[in-house]
Design a binder for this molecule. Structure first.
Ligand code: ZN
Length: 239
């Protein structure tokens, strides 16, 4: 199971821009990165069409997903409209794509439940990324960056986290993986260090010992990292 997440726009294409200057491309990437983290904590293989502020053509994005036979494609966007009073959340699927609509409904329902903005519904559209992807696809418009109130929300870390959580829950529900808050807490609490390892980690990262900076506590260890830790321990014993 491979999920492709597509943070819309990027590089010299900012997407929609809010009244105070917030750029859609940055919000899209923030949300996509958090969605990826949540899904990975549930052992889902996630790829991003971009993981930095770079430009990628729509055809490139679609080809990335098509070439590796991804199972689902989810494009993340923030709406913009000339009438700055427009507000709410909407999600798009390709017309008559039964599984695309199913995916869109699951994401939309969970997203609206988390962020509680106006429910503008699941709609269909001929958007390029929906039409040209061979797998079921959805395009989410989380909120209106053109609306000053929603632009302010989009600047809040808590709101971005909720939006990402809603999208991730919608994907997990569709692929029949139960959302487990524990997975999240274990990863994020105290920098991701498990209770049983805390004392040792504090010791290892303390100024007197300093054999690790305590980063990447859950990552598998490479030979070079292991040798470096042993070397620093060896030096410590000598001093
Ligand atoms: Zn967009």
């Amino acid at each position: 199971m491979i999920i492709f997440i597509d943070p819309g726009h990027g590089g010299n294409d900012p997407g929609a821009i809010g009244p105070s200057g917030l750029k859609e491309k940055d919000v899209n990437l923030n949300i996509a990165t958090i969605v990826k983290g949540i899904l990975e904590n549930h052992n889902v293989d996630v790829r991003l069409t971009r993981n930095e502020d770079t430009k990628a053509e729509l055809a490139e994005r679609v080809n990335m997903a098509n070439n590796i036979n991804a199972d689902y494609f989810i494009s993340i966007h923030i709406n913009g409209y000339t009438n700055t009073s427009a507000f709410g959340t909407e999600t798009y699927a390709y017309p008559n794509s039964v599984r695309g609509i199913e995916l869109s409904k699951s994401i939309h329902r969970n997203l609206v439940a988390e962020i509680k903005l106006k429910n503008r519904g699941v709609k269909t559209s001929n958007f390029y990324v929906l039409r040209e992807t061979v797998m079921p696809a959805a395009l989410v418009e989380v909120a209106f960056i053109s609306n000053p109130v929603e632009e302010e929300l989009l600047k809040e870390k808590a709101f971005i986290n909720k939006a990402a959580l809603g999208i991730a829950k919608g994907i997990l529900e569709l692929i029949d993986i139960e959302y487990n808050e524990e997975n999240e807490n274990n990863q994020h609490a105290e920098g991701g260090i498990s209770d049983w390892a805390k004392t040792a980690m504090e010791w290892a990262a303390s100024n007197e010992v300093n054999i690790t900076d305590g980063s990447m506590p859950k990552e598998p260890i490479t030979l070079e990292r292991m040798i470096t830790i042993l070397y620093r321990y060896h030096k410590l014993k000598d001093s």
